[in-house]
Each structure stands twice: as C-alpha cells, then as structure tokens.
Design a protein around this ligand. Structure first.
Ligand code: KIV
Ligand code: ZN
Length: 406
C-alpha cells in the first residue's frame, strides 16, 4: 500500500517565538531557517510581518536565504496585514500567505462583536485579497477546536471556492480530546465540497498536554499537514513538537505515512533552537530531552547492555544521538559499572569488579551521578586496597593495548 505524505509546517519562528522571554534576532532566525530547510521541513512560517519592523525584516531575509522550502507569513483577515505580508514575501521562491479569523462563538461574539455571516464574508475577502499577492494562500479558522463542525465546514467550503490552497484547523486553546479533534478533521473531509483540492492542516496547542496526540488523531483522520515547533515551544504550554510527531510517523509503519524530515538532524536542530532562544529543554522531554536516551536503574542498564531494544523502542542514532548513555548512580549494578570501565579501557574480572563495586557504592550514595574522573579515582583506591592487603592484583596483559585487564 502506498504511503501518504505528511507535510511538516514549522512555526518555531512565529508561534514558537511568541513566548515570554524568547526573542530571536534576524541573524538567529535566518540561521534557524536554513537549518530547518536542511532538516527537510516543507513550510517555514517565518513571522508575522505587520507585528514589528524586526519581524518584517526577518521574513524578508529568510525569503532570500532558503530556496526549496515554502516561506509563509502570518496575517489577520485585515487588508493592511495581508499587504505587508505579501510585500515581505517578495523575495521568496515559494511564498505563502497565512491569513484567517476566529470562528468560535467566543471569538465571533466577544472578540469581534460580529455574526457568523459577517465572519464568512471577512474570511472570503481575506483569501481573495491574499490571492492578489501570492498563489498559495493558507486560511486558518482560529479556535476551530471550539467551533461547531457545521459552521467550520461552511467557512471552509467558502474559502476553498475563493482559492485557499491550504486550510488550517487550529485547536488554539488546546481544548480538544484526540477523539474529538480527529472527528472534526474527518467531518470536514467528508462534508466540505472541494476539500480534496486543498491540504488540510492540524495546528494543536498543548494546554492539556495533548498537542501531539491531537495532531496524530488529525493525520489519522485525513489531515495532510502538521503545524509544529522544534522542542514544542509556543504560546502558553506550547505547540505540537516537531520531533515527536515526526518520530511517531517514522516509528509506526502501519500508519502508512511519511515525512521528508531527515530525522538524524533532529538532535542538533533542537540544540540550535534551545541555544538561540534560551529556552531550556526539560530533561525528560520525549526525543530531545537530556534523559531521553539515558538509563540509570540497574535493571534497565543490564538489559540495555545485553540488547538495546530491551528498554528502548527508538534507536538514538535515528535522531542523531550516537548512543544511549548509561548513567552511574547508586541504583546501578555491576553490569553498568563494568560497561563504563570497559569504555574507559579497563576490563574488570569478577573479583576486581566486586571490590570496585563496593567502593563505587560508597561514592554513589553521596553523589547524584558518578563521572569518568571519579571512576578513575575509584579504581586507584581499589588498587591501593589490593596492595594494602598484599593480594596480587589480577593484572593481565592483552594483545589489545588499549584494554587493561584487572
Ligand atoms: O493557534 C492559533 O490559532 C494560531 C493561528 C494564528 C494560526 O496560531
Ligand atoms: Zn497557534
């Protein structure tokens, strides 16, 4: 069965950057954009040009710096916004304007003090106006997560009629459950005339920790694009994280989906975004957290040393990490200790290992983690004890001069 392609729309530089304390300058944005292109994303949302001269300049510079990736600029359903977005995209080889309006009761009634009919008119006008600048126009129905499906279908049908090429269904407040969000996408797929002419997109926020699950539900129900950010950064609790959704697709062949992402660049991409934005990645973050491929309990370490797959379903090399790490703590066993000594060039036979292990435990009880330096100190201490007790150290020579058999 042929696999379906999922387009990856990266909004790290727009929704991701809308975070308190996260400010990127143009040089950093261009650097990230170039790396995103290298990573293989299909669309880079470069910014919201009307929002500030800096954002405008960044969008323009990104357009000049990437060539094979769609560059997208955000706007509200306001002529001036659209015009500025269109001008900022002037140098893009593949420009896209992302325009839209709130469609939920909350937005129509309280934000716009308007009516559903007038919102449809504004949506149509925005798409028509954006088409004057670019061919590729993406329409977003803000707060689609809390918008009634029938009204959403109506607005989608109208914007398709006027030339929208992509329709984005944001769960702006992270409100939906995966089942609901998946149903919404399926409903649109089955009830909107012309829906097969356009790309249907997910855009999920993580207020309940469901952004990735909702995006997955979306693509399992027919969406063809996922909007996401590196490290899941974004408004409030963030957006769907690119690395999670991409690896879910890669790990699950039976979904019959694929992306163009070179997953081996995920780890370095994550580091670059974290460094430039100053937003630290939590240690237990899936895929890119410091602990994502680290093992510290004795039982897991023993399993991993025997066969990596016992406690890892993802190969760290697939995301650009050389290998899993075995962290030495008071919960580590002899297998882990012996493994780490082997990496340092020492092969410990059983008796030596027992002795070294007893000293190691004393150190480990006082520290969170034992470093290579400390392992050397422990070994020296064990050697001294041997000598003190007048025992002969089990010191063999091997052909391999790098290995020290003790
Ligand atoms: O979350 C959202 O609704 C958005 C739109 C502006 C696309 O970011
Ligand atoms: Zn958003």
């Amino acid at each position: 069965m042929e696999k379906n392609r999922i387009h990856i729309f990266d909004t790290t530089l727009r929704d991701g950057e809308q975070v308190p304390g996260c400010k990127l300058n143009t040089i950093e944005k261009v650097k990230i954009a170039k790396k995103l292109e290298f990573l293989g994303v299909d669309v880079i949302e470069a910014g919201f040009p009307i929002s500030s001269p800096g954002d405008y300049q960044s969008v323009q510079e990104i357009c000049k710096s990437v060539s094979n990736t769609v560059v997208c600029a955000l706007s509200r359903a306001v002529e001036k916004d659209i015009e500025i977005a269109g001008i900022a995209l002037k140098y893009a080889k593949l420009p896209r304007i992302h325009t839209g309006i709130g469609t939920s009761h909350y937005h129509i009634r309280y934000k716009f003090n308007s009516t559903p009919e007038k919102i449809i008119e504004r949506a149509i006008h925005a798409v028509k106006y954006a088409k004057k600048y670019v061919e590729d126009v993406e329409f977003y129905a803000e707060d689609a997560g809390r918008t009634e499906n029938e009204f959403l279908a109506k607005i989608c049908e109208n914007v398709i009629k006027y030339g929208a090429t992509v329709i984005n269904i944001p769960d702006t407040t992270g409100y939906c459950l995966p089942e609901e969000y998946g149903y919404k996408i399926r409903f649109l797929k089955e009830n909107v005339k012309g829906i097969h002419k356009i790309i249907l997109s997910t855009h999920c926020h993580n207020d309940l920790g469901l952004a990735t699950a909702n995006s997955l539900a979306g693509i399992m129900n027919g969406a063809e694009q996922v909007e996401c950010t590196i490290n899941g950064i974004g408004e409030r609790a963030g957006n769907t994280s690119l690395e999670e959704i991409v690896m879910i697709i890669k790990q699950n062949n039976h979904l019959n989906l694929f992306t163009h992402i070179n997953t081996k660049l995920i780890s370095s991409m994550s580091h670059l975004v974290s460094k430039c934005t100053g937003m630290k990645v939590q240690a237990n973050k899936a895929i890119v957290g410091m602990n994502a491929f680290s093992h510290s309990s004795g039982i897991h370490q023993d399993g991993i040393i025997k066969k990596r797959e016992t406690y890892e379903s993802i190969n760290p090399e697939d995301v650009g990490i050389d290998q899993s790490s075995i962290i030495l703590t008071a919960r580590s066993g002899r297998a882990a200790l012996s493994y780490r000594y082997k990496k340092l060039g020492h092969f410990l036979k059983k008796n030596s290992l027992d002795l070294v292990y007893s000293i190691f435990l004393k150190y480990a009880d006082e520290k969170k983690e034992i470093t290579d330096m400390e392992l050397k100190t422990i070994l020296e201490k064990a050697n001294l004890n041997h000598k003190k007790n007048n025992k002969v150290l089990n010191n063999h020579h091997t052909n391999d001069r790098r290995i020290n058999v003790l």
